[in-house]
Structure formats: C-alpha cells, structure tokens
Ligand binder design. Structure first.
Ligand SMILES: NC(=O)c1ccc[n+]([C@@H]2O[C@H](COP(=O)([O-])OP(=O)(O)OC[C@H]3O[C@@H](n4cnc5c(N)ncnc54)[C@H](OP(=O)(O)O)[C@@H]3O)[C@@H](O)[C@H]2O)c1
Length: 284
C-alpha cells in the first residue's frame, strides 16, 4: 500500500536506523508478557522485544493470526515467542496467560481500540462495561498480579499502549479515552510506590497509526464516500491537523515499547508519551 512520499521516506529512515542501531537495551533473556500482541502495535512491541533477545509470551483471542505472528517473529529474530490463545479481559483468560508466564520481568498491555463514539448520547452502559473490562480492569489486574514479584526480584518494566485521547479528549474516542485516562492516572499513582524496587511503569499514547483496526475502519469510511483509503487518510490528517501530514506506522510505537522496557529507562517512570506525528499541542 502506498502511504505517500512522506511515509515512504519515513519507512526508509526507520529501516536505516534499525540497521544502524547498535544500542544494547540490556534486556536479553528477560521474560515478557505482551497482551494483545498478534496485530497492530502489540505485534510491533513483540517484534521489538524479540529483536532484543527477550522471551515473549503473546496473548490474543484469534488463534490462527496469533500462531502465525509468533511463528513469523520467532523465525525473524531467533527469540522464543510463545502464543497463548486467551481473552485478557476475562479472569479465566488472565489465569491462562499467567500460568504460561507466572513471573514476567516485562508486562506490555494493549487491545483492539474500543468502538468509535460519534454521538455521546448513543453510548450504552453495556459498551461502557465492555470498554472498562478490556481497557482498564484487564491491565490493572495484570499489574496487581505481577508487580509484587517484580519488586522482590528488583527489576520490572510495565508499558501500557493506551491512546492520545486519554490526554486530549474527543467525542469520537469517549470509550477509548476515558478508560485510558483512568488507566494512566492509576499507573502514575502505582509507579510512585514501586520505583524504589526498580519497577518502572510508563504509558504510550498513540495518535493515528496504520493498524489492522485502522485499515478496516478507514477502508469502510473511504468506501462510503467513494474514495480510496489513502485519500481518506489524507483527508483525516488534514481535518485533525496532524503536523506530519500522515498516519504513523505501528513500529513507531513498538520500538518505543522496547525503549521503555530497557535498562536505560530505569529513571523514567509514571510518564505518558504522546506519539502522534504532532497532532496535539502542548509545551510540556
Ligand atoms: N491504531 C491506532 O491508530 C490507534 C490510535 C490510538 C490508540 N490506539 C490504541 O492502541 C492500541 C492498539 O491498537 P491497534 O490499532 O494496534 O489494534 P489492533 O491492530 O486491532 O490489534 C489489537 C491486538 O489486540 C488483540 N486483542 C484485542 N482484544 C483482546 C483481548 N480481549 N484479549 C487478548 N487479545 C486481544 C488483538 O487480537 P484478537 O482480536 O485476535 O484478540 C490484536 O492482536 C489500543 O489500545 C488502541 O486503543 C490505536
């Protein structure tokens, strides 16, 4: 798919920077759980960690795609990449994931983006409950389950892939933004308690990135208007004032997951980094 000249140039830069990347993140041999890792930014996070020699345990609900992703990444990186078919928003799913990797050094949490909400009056209580289970309670329950062990072992890294809408609310991202605003609030509070044990908790707040979810949504929007995916992305980028004038790639987020899981990140905690191509404006 062509994303335009800027995106092509960006992809070339990224490829180049990977080839030139000699920084050792110091996490070879660590164990990571990546919840929601078969596609999109979760997949990119798995790939970035596997490239660093981390053993990765990956959860997702759709078995075929999960197995394929794990096989591809294991083949490309030589790392151990273990699929766990489970819904991480359920207690049973969480048990299965933690049984496969009971003492992770690294925890990364993501999910499919909650549905768009074009009219605040039409968001049902059922939709709120579902979004809260998936986007808020699930990462909280995982953190509760793994933090004590990380603190005892004096090493832990937790990264939640959330959303820019947590910091910059928009009606269309009510379910996604409100639940992650609560999640980022929670993680900052907890990060203060465990920093002294070298357990580091941060959040990434992505803007618009070409993921499976976005491609499906924007193909539908484009079809309804009789235009192409690229044209719809360009129109959206203009309307939402994305300074880079394009959507990001999932690797733009995945690579930062690995950075926030590195030894080097030991003094950065309770932070929420916006990765949005300059769509939002804030001096700090
Ligand atoms: N893409 C964007 O532009 C964008 C913008 C802002 C924020 N975000 C945020 O970034 C995160 C990732 O988005 P994405 O676009 O990369 O999503 P995606 O391409 O839809 O991938 C989501 C991944 O999570 C898995 N998953 C979803 N629900 C799960 C569950 N309950 N249990 C286990 N696995 C689950 C999916 O596999 P299965 O479906 O097989 O389970 C898939 O592997 C989300 O938190 C989203 O809100 C994305």
């Amino acid at each position: 798919m062509q994303y335009g000249a800027n995106a092509m140039e960006a992809a070339m830069h990224r490829h180049q920077s990977k080839k030139d990347n000699t920084m050792d993140l110091g996490i070879r041999g660590k164990k990571a759980i990546v919840n929601g890792g078969s596609a999109g930014m979760g997949r990119s996070a798995v790939l970035a960690l596997a490239r660093e020699g981390v053993d990765v345990f990956v959860s997702a609900r759709t078995e075929d795609r999960l197995k394929k992703t794990c096989e591809e990444i294991a083949k490309e990186t030589g790392a151990n990449v273990t699929p766990i078919c489970a819904d991480h928003s359920t207690a049973e799913g969480r048990e299965r994931i933690l049984a496969a990797c009971p003492a992770p050094d690294i925890l990364v949490g993501t999910c499919a983006p909650p549905p768009m909400t074009p009219d605040y009056r039409e968001v049902s209580a059922e939709q709120w409950r579902s979004a809260i289970d998936i986007s808020l309670l699930s990462p909280i329950e995982f953190m509760r389950a793994v933090i004590d062990g990380m603190a005892e072992r004096k090493w832990g890294r937790i990264v939640n892939i959330a959303t820019v809408a947590a910091k910059y609310p928009a009606e269309i991202r009510l379910l996604s933004g409100s639940t992650r605003a609560a999640l980022t609030n929670y993680t900052v509070a907890v990060s203060k308690v465990v920093a002294k044990h070298n357990v580091i908790i941060n959040n990434l707040l992505p803007g618009m990135h070409h993921s499976a979810f976005v491609e499906q949504q924007f193909n539908e929007r484009a079809a309804a208007k009789g235009i192409t995916y690229d044209e719809e992305v360009a129109e959206f980028s203009r309307a939402w004032h994305i300074a880079a004038e394009r959507f990001g790639d999932c690797d733009d987020v995945g690579d930062f997951v690995a950075m926030f899981c590195s030894q080097q990140a030991n003094y950065i905690t309770g932070q929420s980094l916006v990765i949005d191509g300059g769509a939002t404006t804030s001096t700090f």
